[in-house]
Design a protein around this ligand. Sequence first.
Ligand code: PMV
Length: 322
Amino acid sequence: MRAATATAHPNIALCKYWGKRDRALNLPTNGSLSLTLAPFLTTTTVRWGVEADAVVLNGRAAEGNEARKVLAVLDLLAPGRPGVEVDTSNNFPTAAGLASSASGFAALVVAANAASGAGLDHDALAVLARRGSGSATRSLDGGWVTWARGMRDDGLDSHGVPLAGADHWDVRMLVAVVQAGKKAVGSTEGMNHTQATSPYFAPWIVSAEADLPDAADAVRARDLERLGRIVERSAMRMHASMIAADPPLCYWQPGSLQVLAAVRDLRARGVSAWATMDAGPNVKVLCAAGDAEAVRAALAEVASRVEVLSPGGPARVVSATA
Ligand code: PMV
């Protein structure tokens, strides 16, 4: 039996992924760009070569679909593999409404690669992480990461690629929690429904692809105003496509609108703060490190809880035993 432990941070998309061109392979209809965020962290230990498969999530045996998805990724890594134990835990509250699937599948593939001795390189691991959860392909790397749509049917050209490291630009991402708990409609279901029924899905894809090179330039130039405008409109256009689905899909709660209004107020007062939202009601806010306290104070007036996150490093192996 060989064991390895790896860690990975979650990421938040600045230019969103919403839509699959291949559901089985988790291939996106459009590219995306994200920021990997600390101190939130998933730690995963994989024991390779045990009697029977077992998956433990935050101290409890995972069942059904959760366990199946984890084991399916291991089957792809090493067809005909031996029994494997996976023990994974998050240091962040699921109540923060941050997707733990991104950091979870990134930590899983890195730990399993080390424990199995499979020796996959970065891109192969990023492709494998994508199979578990699309956004996980962006959590292999630290800092600013792009995920291209790719052109190949097998998806080998569609995975996370580092754009700039965590120390490139000292920004903050604040998470304003307006409602804790599990999302009502999962991201895969939400995307498929939007894609199948929204007349705004096609224009969303055009707009999302067009934003990517501009957003990458703004990151390279450390131009918060330019990046922030793209970030906020990317999220609003993604949500517009869902709200126009049939029946409509709306993740927003009254509290979400209050946070969005607080962000606009901050900008009216000269603070460069920019909102983004994922498949849930919570709002994430991008700002300069020096403005984080002012932004936190403003968000705390309308949100039930506020987390302040900073750019984080890549997924990595922290220990391995033969
Ligand atoms: O890959 P998933 O299932 O975690 O979907 C991610 C969807 C969004 O969070 C809404 C957007 C994104 O790019 O992360």
